[in-house]
Design a protein around this ligand. Structure first.
Ligand SMILES: Cc1cc2nc3c(=O)[nH]c(=O)nc-3n(C[C@H](O)[C@H](O)[C@H](O)COP(=O)(O)O)c2cc1C
Length: 381
C-alpha cells in the first residue's frame, strides 16, 4: 500500500477495532485538533473544513457548501463523521443502523479486487466466473466490502448520532442511514414495521433528513430489497407517514433494466414518498484467490460486493438513466451519484451526468484529501 497515505479505516484491523480506535491517518489528525472556526477556509488541505465554500449551494433545500461527501459505510460513528466534516466533506452519511444490535461478518472484510479489464458492470461473465481478490492494494483501487451491515444497539447509536449531527459545521449535513432487518418467520407487515421503527429512532436524534438502504442483501443471501419495487413503495410510504415532511433518500443498487428502474421511481418518488435516490451500492462478484479458491473465508461469502474504481461506469450509467427518467416523467427528485469516485474529474463526471450530489467511499477512505482536492479545482464563489 506504499503509494497511498494511511486510510482512515484500517483494513488490517477488525470492524470492532476500527469502531473503537478509528479513524486513522489524516482523519485522526483532524479530530485531534480543536473545533474548527466557521470562518476558516478549507481548500488548502490540512486546515479545518467546516466553512462556507459556496454558501449559495444546497441539497434538498438544505444549505451545503459543496454537495460532495462520504456515503453510508466507512463513517462508523460520530468520531468518523466529525473528522470527515473537518476534512471538508460537506455531506457525511452515518453508517447504516438497525433497530437492534447486529454482528459484523468475520474478518477480513476488505480485500483488494483486480478485475481483468479494470471495470465491472452487472452482466459481465467475470462476476460469476471469479474476480481475483488479495491483499495487494494498488491503483486503480477496487475493494470487496463484506461486512453484513453491522449495527450497535439503538441505545448506543442514538446518542452517538446526536453528537454526529451536532458536529456538522456551517453548510454541512449529517445524513443518517438505516435499514430494516429480516429474521426467520417474520411477516411482511412486521418487516415494514421494523423500517418504520428504525426511521422513528433516527428521527428522535434530531436528523434533518434520512437515507433508507434497500441495496444490501437484507432479504436473504444475495437478495436485495430494491429488486422488489412494490415492497419498497409500501415501506417508503409507511416510513414517510412516520417522518412527515422530512426528506427521505433511498439507496439503490445498480438496476440493469430500465423497466425495473422506472417501476421503482413510479412506486416511490412519483408518490412523494421519496425525495432522492442515492446510487449505486456495490456490484456483487464471486471473489477468488490466485489458485481459484474462495477468497473470503466462511460459508455464504463466495460472493461479495465490489466497490471502488471498477464500478464507476456502472454508477454513471445508473445516474444517466435516472436523470433521463426524471426529465421524461417530469419529476423533481434529487440524485446522489456514487461509485468509483477517486478524483476531481470523477466528481465532475457525475455532476455533468445529472447527479445533484456526489459521494465517495473507497476513494475517500484512501485519499483523506479528496474533498480538498475537488474544492481546489473548482472556481470559488
Ligand atoms: C467499508 C464500506 C462499508 C459500507 N457499508 C455500507 C452500509 O452500511 N450501507 C450502505 O448503504 N452502503 C455501504 N457501503 C457502500 C457504499 O456506500 C457505496 O455505495 C459503495 O462503496 C460504492 O461507492 P465507492 O465506489 O465510492 O466505494 C459500504 C462501503 C464500504 C467501502
Amino acid at each position: 500500500m506504499a503509494e497511498y497515505a494511511e486510510p482512515f479505516y484500517d483494513v488490517n484491523l477488525s470492524y470492532a477495532e476500527n469502531y473503537e480506535c478509528g479513524p486513522f491517518g489524516a482523519f485522526a489528525g483532524a479530530l485531534a485538533k480543536s473545533t474548527p472556526s466557521t470562518t476558516e477556509t478549507s481548500v488548502s488541505g490540512s486546515a479545518a473544513a467546516a466553512t462556507a465554500y459556496d454558501s449559495s449551494s444546497s441539497f434538498l433545500d438544505l444549505p451545503v457548501n459543496l454537495p460532495f461527501g462520504i456515503p453510508a459505510g466507512p463513517l462508523l460513528n460520530s468520531r468518523f463523521t466529525t473528522a470527515a466534516f473537518r476534512m471538508g466533506f460537506d455531506l457525511a452519511v452515518y453508517k447504516t443502523v438497525r433497530t437492534r444490535a447486529w454482528d459484523c461478518n468475520p474478518f477480513p472484510n476488505v480485500l483488494s479486487v483486480h478485475p481483468r479489464t479494470g471495470a465491472l458492470t452487472p452482466g459481465d461473465a467475470e462476476l460469476d466466473e471469479g474476480v481475483l481478490a488479495d491483499s495487494h492494494f494498488e491503483r486503480p483501487l477496487s475493494i470487496s466490502n463484506s461486512f453484513g451491515v453491522p449495527s450497535r444497539d439503538p441505545d448506543e447509536w442514538q446518542p452517538d448520532m446526536r453528537d454526529a449531527i451536532a458536529a456538522a459545521g456551517l453548510g454541512q449535513l449529517l445524513i443518517p442511514s438505516f435499514q430494516g432487518s429480516r429474521h426467520e418467520g417474520m411477516t411482511t407487515s412486521e418487516y415494514i414495521a421494523d423500517h418504520v421503527t428504525a426511521a422513528r429512532l433516527v428521527r428522535e436524534t434530531g436528523a434533518q433528513l434520512m437515507e433508507m438502504n434497500t441495496s444490501c442483501p437484507n432479504e436473504g443471501r444475495n437478495r436485495l430489497l430494491c429488486d422488489d419495487p412494490r415492497l419498497v413503495g409500501e415501506i417508503t410510504q409507511a416510513v414517510k407517514n412516520e417522518i412527515g415532511d422530512m426528506p427521505l433518500i433511498i439507496k439503490l443498487a445498480y438496476l440493469p433494466s430500465d423497466e425495473a428502474l422506472e417501476r421503482m421511481v413510479r412506486e416511490t418518488a412519483a408518490h412523494g414518498s421519496v425525495q432522492a435516490f442515492a446510487t449505486i451500492n456495490t456490484v456483487s462478484a464471486k471473489l477468488v484467490d490466485r489458485k481459484g479458491n474462495q477468497a473470503l473465508p466462511g460459508e455464504g461469502r463466495e460472493r461479495s460486493g465490489v466497490c471502488g474504481s471498477a464500478i464507476r461506469s456502472a454508477g454513471l450509467d445508473m445516474v444517466r438513466r435516472l436523470a433521463g427518467m426524471r426529465e421524461r416523467l417530469g419529476l423533481d427528485f434529487a440524485i446522489i451519484g456514487i461509485g468509483g469516485v477517486m478524483s476531481p474529474a470523477d466528481y465532475q463526471a457525475y455532476r455533468t451526468t445529472g447527479a445533484d450530489a456526489v459521494m465517495s467511499a473507497t476513494g475517500a477512505m484512501w485519499d483523506c484529501e479528496l474533498a480538498h482536492r475537488i474544492k481546489g479545482e473548482l472556481p470559488r464563489q
